[in-house]
Design a binder for this molecule. Structure first.
Ligand code: TMP
Ligand code: ZN
Length: 398
């Protein structure tokens, strides 16, 4: 893929993370022979500035048929979604009989919370999550027309960690054109390129994050599809995201936050190749520092365990070359990951109970985006003399 997926402009390569497995393709030992690998290369569109992966994964290799959703078991994320719904109830949804649609509904917390307040709602998700009402389909012009015919126009169409994973954003915007009420909002939140660059958050880069949005690129994308970026908000989840609000072109004026963020992106030099070159050299410095630290600790006889078999740890482990020789196992609370091997580097995944049995000397916190929550939960590890190793924004022991 050498052309931009949104505007067909030319893509320029920015960073090459080499041969990678699919980040959520946890393998059973008997399936190792058929493991799929691809080359993880990031590029930027010379015309619309959208940063995106340069290669698409063939659909038959994708792990998930629908919108990728993986339970995080995070109380922080649960609260984030509850707060989102609560705020809309006080602001955007004060009109008569509002209707909210969520594309790829995560664990359904937003819609569930709205439902309890009596708001009409519907999830659009091909995998059909239970607990909230689901229209089992991808969101596009066809499903949007079906939904509109049955429920009427939507006041909010919401998507969390979903738009960045859908190379075919044109079909999402085609659906919005059909479904969104005249003053409705399309609200979506995804990892922010600015945070990736500012915090050397290289591990946000993996197959399921196809796009790395900025206010500049979302504005161009919205314009292209006859809409307008009208608000942006930083949200402190998953290592730093932006929540974008997009409306029909002439329905709303942009909030001042849009111009402020655009100006910040301009002065931070997101469009400069040197900005990315600096990022890549910082990633390589992190790799060297982390490998040195792990090798040194192992050489001195210390035990190390990984914590959180996250999707983003696939990029870390595979690009850095961290396998069971350095980290003998990783514990994770997701039952379906337990008993498997991590993608590519094949570190065994075990239940969290094994973390304390006995505690290792060091824990490599792959799930650094949940650091506060996990460190609080595992307070006894620190009390027993254990230390956490973190590597974003830089390698450190705490
Ligand atoms: P995420 O960063 O994509 O939300 O993934 C978080 C992973 O970390 C997920 O596999 C579950 C795991 N995890 C734990 O093992 N313990 C925890 O306390 C939390 C919050 C997550
Ligand atoms: Zn483009």
């Amino acid at each position: 893929m050498t052309a931009c997926r949104v505007c067909a402009g030319p893509l320029r390569e920015l960073a090459d993370f080499g041969r990678q497995p699919l980040a959520q393709a946890f393998v059973r030992p008997e399936d190792l022979a058929t493991e799929f690998f691809y080359r993880l290369v990031v590029g930027r569109c010379a015309d619309c500035a959208l940063v995106q992966l340069m290669h698409e994964i063939p659909p038959d290799k994708m792990v998930h048929e629908g919108y990728p959703y993986h339970p995080t078991n995070s109380t922080v994320m649960h609260k984030h979604f509850q707060d989102t719904a609560a705020r809309w109830l006080e602001t955007t949804l004060t009109g008569p009989d509002p209707f909210v649609v969520e594309i790829g509904c995560n664990d359904g917390v937003v819609l569930h919370t709205l439902g309890e307040a009596g708001v009409r709602h519907l999830a659009v998700d091909p995998s059909g999550i239970t607990g909230v009402q689901v229209h089992e389909a991808f969101f596009n012009a066809v499903s949007a027309a079906e939904i509109r015919a049955e429920h009427g126009p939507a006041d909010i169409v919401y998507a969390a960690n979903t738009v960045c994973a859908q190379p075919d954003v044109a079909s999402i915007f085609a659906g919005l054109e059909v479904l969104l009420a005249p003053h409705g909002l399309f609200v979506f939140e995804d990892p922010y390129l600015g945070e990736v660059l500012a915090r050397t958050g290289f591990d946000q880069i993996y197959d399921e994050h196809f796009y790395y949005f900025t206010a500049q690129s979302v504005q161009a994308m919205a314009n292209r599809f006859g809409m307008r970026l009208v608000d942006v908000e930083r949200i402190p989840v998953h290592g730093g995201q932006i929540r974008y609000s997009v409306a029909r072109r002439d329905s709303r004026l942009p909030a001042p936050a849009v111009d402020e963020l655009l100006a910040g992106e301009e002065s931070a030099g997101f469009a400069d190749d040197t900005t990315f070159a600096r990022f890549v050299s910082k990633v390589d410095a992190t790799r060297d520092a982390l490998l040195n630290l792990l090798t040194d600790l192992r050489g001195k006889g210390h035990s190390i365990v990984g914590y959180g078999a996250t999707a983003k740890s696939a990029t870390t482990a595979n690009y850095f070359g961290i396998g069971p020789d350095l980290v003998p196992f990783v514990c994770d609370s997701t039952p379906s990951k337990q008993g498997t091997l991590t993608p590519g580097m094949h570190i065994p995944v075990r239940p969290p109970a094994e973390f304390a049995d006995p505690y290792p000397d060091y824990a490599l916190l792959f799930a650094w985006n949940h650091a506060d929550e996990i460190m609080a939960k595992e307070k006894a590890f620190r009390d027993a003399g254990g230390k956490w190793i973190l590597y974003v924004p830089e390698v450190r022991i705490v």
